[in-house]
Design a protein around this ligand. Structure first.
Ligand code: RFL
Ligand code: PHB
Length: 394
């Protein structure tokens, strides 16, 4: 068995693992990133599209924001739509000038991988059988099959950035973690279409037939979602049915038209909320989706992942520079404050916008009353806007 020594072993090359690697590199700390998928798969995986201002700023600080700044779309508002009418929430006007950046998660991942490889930083794709050992000791270990050879990596810390189906979380002793979760009886069907956005901002639409979202990736690519039953498979959704449902749910009373084009990709994702506490076990620290999942309605998942690794990177840097453990000890509590704020916001938006099979007419009236309040009260709109662009006070 080949034995390798590093300072931090990072499991997973999603946004959390790659950004942590970048933060550590800039602070002179060595890491090895281990990813089970191949590079092409990771670079093509379609997911988030909305970055809070703090997330975009972090990528710039890390020197990986150049292409983002060339290709991004900056949005100063979002729309809520119900009963055939659209209402704009002026995000920038309500938050002292903040905005959101629309730039695909897979583009960020591409930029981070290119930066990592240019630095010569170890990043191993297609590793097998990742196992974590001795988490409670000062020398935790990771064993892995890399290019079919068994390897052992000894390190000071393990960062579990391996998403919601990773190995880090289940590596802790039974009973160490407490999980809090909520599942919702619906999924999101998402498509990427080769057609210019029908409007230059996002539209979150409430409709009797279910929720729909108009988003985008570029001036020529539209991203659209519809709520569908939890167990639906993609086979139940031929392209014509998807467009018919989007047309019905996004229809406006003024005759505005949703543009259609060839569907490049489609997929279905379950909607759920999940938090693991604490976000560490001995020398292993969880970050991003490995520790928490939010429904995508609030566009918070990737932003939380980036916030976690910003805190973790800083805590590890302090430990290496001065031996001070306090930030590491506070890591979980610091992150969980923001995580729970995002969980609440995402649950609240999800509950306001989706139709439940069990909904009675009373439920729909409550949702509509909440949306009208949000569009008419500047206090309510300000609260929405400060949550959407990224909270200062978590
Ligand atoms: P990731 O991206 O899942 O990366 C984890 C990586 O770990 C690898 N892995 C392993 N590697 C080695 N060994 C193992 N045993 C491993 N097991 C797993 C995986 O292959 C993967 O490469 O987690 P990370 O880095 O924490 O990033 C989190 C984000 O990906 C996620 O929160 C967002 O995509 C959520 N999300 C959104 N977030 C936003 O901030 N704004 C949005 O607009 C937004 N929209 C979305 C979303 C998620 C969606 N889906 C698909 C659930 C829209 C959708 C539809
Ligand atoms: C997206 O563009 O993929 C997107 C935008 C906003 C959300 C979720 C996803 O709330």
């Amino acid at each position: 068995m080949k034995t390798v020594r590093t300072q931090v072993a990072i499991i997973g090359a999603g946004p959390a693992g790659l950004v942590l690697g970048q933060i550590l590199h800039r602070n002179g700390i060595e890491s090895i990133i281990l990813e089970e998928r191949d590079r092409a798969y990771v670079e093509r995986r379609l997911r988030a599209g909305v970055l809070e201002q703090g997330s975009a700023d972090l990528l710039r600080e890390l020197g990986v924001g150049e292409r983002m700044d060339r290709e991004k779309l900056v949005h100063h508002g979002v729309h809520l739509q119900f009963e055939g009418e659209r209402h704009r929430i002026d995000l920038s006007g309500l938050t002292g000038g903040k905005s959101i950046t629309v730039y695909g998660q897979h583009e960020i991942v591409k930029d981070l991988i290119a930066a990592r490889l240019a630095q010569g930083g170890p990043l191993r794709f297609e590793v097998r059988d990742v196992q974590l050992h001795d988490l409670a000791s000062e020398r935790p270990r990771v064993t892995v099959r890399d290019a079919d050879e068994p390897h052992e990596i000894t390190c000071d810390f393990i960062a579990g950035c391996d998403g919601s189906h990773g190995v880090s979380l289940p590596s802790a002793p039974a009973g160490h973690f407490t999980t809090f979760e909520r599942s919702y009886p619906f999924s999101w069907l998402g498509i990427l279409a080769s057609v210019p956005p029908s409007l230059d901002e996002l539209v979150y639409a409430w409709h009797e037939r279910g929720f729909a979202l108009h988003s985008m990736r570029s001036p020529t690519i539209t991203r659209l979602y519809v709520q569908c039953p939890a167990e639906d498979s993609i086979e139940a959704w031929p392209d014509e049915r998807i467009w018919a449902e989007l047309q019905a749910r996004l229809a406006m009373s003024d005759g505005w038209q949703l543009l259609e084009g060839p569907i490049l990709e489609k997929g279905i994702a379950r909607i759920r909320s999940h938090v693991t506490e604490p976000m560490s076990c001995g020398r292993m620290y969880l970050a991003g989706d490995a520790a928490h999942i939010v429904p995508p309605t609030g566009a918070k998942g990737m932003n939380l992942a980036l916030h976690d690794v910003r805190v973790l990177g800083s805590a590890m840097t302090s430990w290496y520079r001065t031996g001070d453990q306090r930030e590491l000890e506070q890591y979980s509590a610091t992150c969980l404050r923001r995580v729970w704020r995002a969980e609440h916001f995402s649950w609240w938006m999800t509950s306001m916008l989706h139709r439940l099979p069990s909904d009675d007419p009373f439920g729909a009236k409550l949702q509509l009353a909440q949306m009208r309040y949000l569009c008419r009260s500047s206090a309510a709109a300000t609260s929405f806007a400060e949550n959407y662009v990224g909270f200062e006070h978590a």
